[in-house]
Design a binder for this molecule. Structure first.
Ligand SMILES: Nc1nc2c(ncn2[C@@H]2O[C@H](COP(=O)(O)OP(=O)(O)O)[C@@H](O)[C@H]2O)c(=O)[nH]1
Ligand SMILES: [Mg+2]
Length: 479
């Protein structure tokens, strides 16, 4: 074991939530969270790696087997300088103490202790025994109150009891903890042993740098998605003599529209997979009522995300003026003025993004063939909606605890995956200047051009994502 890397052994009763805490702290959603009590008999090491280098290590232990015996042994050998090492030496080959030795080994090697308790249960004598023997190890130690239910009746008693034997006591819910809470916990670990402070300081900084990098990568993924989506089009070439009636043209138009939508859905899914990977999620479940599982072109998504009418008109006008061309608010090949489109679109069954208003159909006839082109998307709200949904996806990926199981519906949802009610989407909360910057960026992207606004767009998105992963999440999540 590298001496420089802070190592923490996670101890506590079976089912206290030890494995869940390790999964959340190491962002490892593959750690098997075993519902059956006492099935873990070994100590498993889970390093936290940044740039391929372990910056800290957690050891998931089976918990104590014979706490009363150990306490007695500790008390009888009070003159030993290193009780964990001495206990281990005395019991290595003793099968009765195999779990206890698995737990004691990392402590003997210098690991600190995180005791996980289920704060919803009453404190028992066995708990007091364990607290006392952990105190006697002399190792730096923190206690985590992981309240498995909403029963807060015993929390104060736990706080009192734990405060007597631990250098730090913190509430931490393995199923709910956000990035900000993980960082807060790591910062608190600094205080349990002053000698760890410089190391943990570096670890926390590495975490923060890594987080910033993930935000940057997510911004890349989103901008990439927007560029691809805004240039995406579908084409169908048909021989004129195979084209009979107008009904046939209409059915071609409909099929093209489906292909356009499917293509855009696929692009969105690809970007989401990237974002999920940035935040190390392999297990991914979203509540059925989340806006994230609704179809991209559904009325609900349209209603809750993107800019409002007024903002759309202003932003599009600014972008149109800047690029020197008229804004294309095309509706199925016809041109309406901005007011007409918005007025007709909102509240309609299909919404603004619905079938007819997404993109313009272009039909060109040459050499006996008709070339039908649908796209790229000309609807001015679409990129704002797509952007909002990408941000929503990031919010979920950034704040979903890795130790949380999909089945746990009891943990209050702190991730704003239902649209904020008071505002439509994240972009709507931005000011008019930022709307214009975005609209100009979208206008350039539609033409496949680099936009001078790109740097500013990156800053805007970076700051939204940053805010979503720090303390500001709570105000949104309560909605
Ligand atoms: N509701 C809720 N359940 C939790 C939480 N942490 C753990 N659990 C559940 O409690 C059970 C035991 O958790 P686990 O991490 O395996 O505990 P261990 O035996 O101490 O490793 C599992 O079913 C977990 O899903 C939590 O914060 N909230
Ligand atoms: Mg376990």
């Amino acid at each position: 074991m590298e001496a420089q890397v802070p190592t923490l052994a996670i101890v506590g009763h079976p089912n206290a939530g030890k494995s869940s805490v390790v999964a959340t702290l190491t962002e490892n959603d593959r750690i098997a969270i075993d519902k059956r009590a006492g099935t873990t008999t070994r100590s498993d090491e889970y390093p936290v790696e940044i740039d391929g280098k372990a910056v800290m290590r957690f050891v998931d232990t089976p918990g104590f087997q014979n706490p009363t015996d150990i306490l007695e042994w500790f008390q009888q050998h009070a003159d030993e300088i290193d009780l964990p090492r001495a206990f281990l030496n005395a019991h290595t080959d003793d099968r009765l103490y195999s779990h206890d030795c698995a737990l004691m080994r990392p402590l003997a090697d210098g690991a600190g202790i995180i005791l996980v308790v289920d704060g919803s249960k009453r404190i028992k004598e066995k708990d007091r025994t364990e607290m006392e023997l952990l105190r006697l190890t002399g190792r730096p130690r923190m206690a985590i109150l992981n309240n498995l239910t909403s029963n807060a009746k015993h929390m104060a008693a736990w706080q009192d009891a734990l405060n007597k034997s631990f250098n730090s006591v913190r509430e931490f819910n393995a199923h709910r903890a956000t990035y900000a809470e993980r960082i807060a916990l790591l910062n608190a670990l600094k205080t349990i042993d002053q000698r760890w402070e410089p190391m943990l300081h570096e670890t926390v900084r590495a975490f923060e740098r890594d987080w910033q990098r993930r935000i940057d990568h997510s911004v890349d993924s989103i901008l990439d998605l927007l560029r691809k989506a805004l240039t995406f089009k579908v084409v169908k070439i048909v021989k004129v003599n195979e084209l009979g009636s107008d009904r046939e043209r209409e059915s071609i138009r409909q099929r093209l529209n489906e292909s356009l939508q499917d293509g855009l859905r696929t692009l969105e899914t690809e970007a989401q997979t990237e974002i999920r990977t940035h935040f190390k999620h392999h297990v991914w479940n979203v509540a059925p009522d989340s806006l994230l599982v609704k179809d991209l072109f559904s009325d609900e998504v349209e209603r809750h995300l993107g800019l409002n009418r007024h903002q759309t008109v202003l932003a599009s006008a600014a972008a149109g003026a800047a690029t020197g061309g008229a804004i294309d608010l095309g509706v199925g090949g016809l041109s309406f003025g901005a007011g007409t489109l918005i007025g007709a679109g909102v509240g309609g069954v299909l919404g603004v993004l619905g079938t007819s208003q997404l993109a313009k159909l272009d039909i060109q006839r040459t050499l006996g063939v008709e070339r039908f082109t649908l796209g790229p998307v000309s609807n001015p709200r679409f990129p704002f909606v797509l952007l909002d949904r990408s941000i929503l996806y990031c919010a979920r990926a950034m704040n979903w605890a890795h130790g949380r199981q999909a089945a746990d519906e009891s943990a209050p949802n702190r991730v704003p995956d239902q649209a904020p009610k008071k505002q439509r989407g994240f972009t709507e909360a931005l000011d008019g200047e930022d709307h214009k910057v975005l609209a100009k960026f979208f206008a350039a992207a539609r033409k496949g051009k680099h936009s001078p606004q790109e740097q500013r767009v990156r800053e805007i998105l970076g700051s939204i994502l940053h805010d979503l992963s720090t303390d500001k999440i709570d105000s949104r999540a309560s909605l």
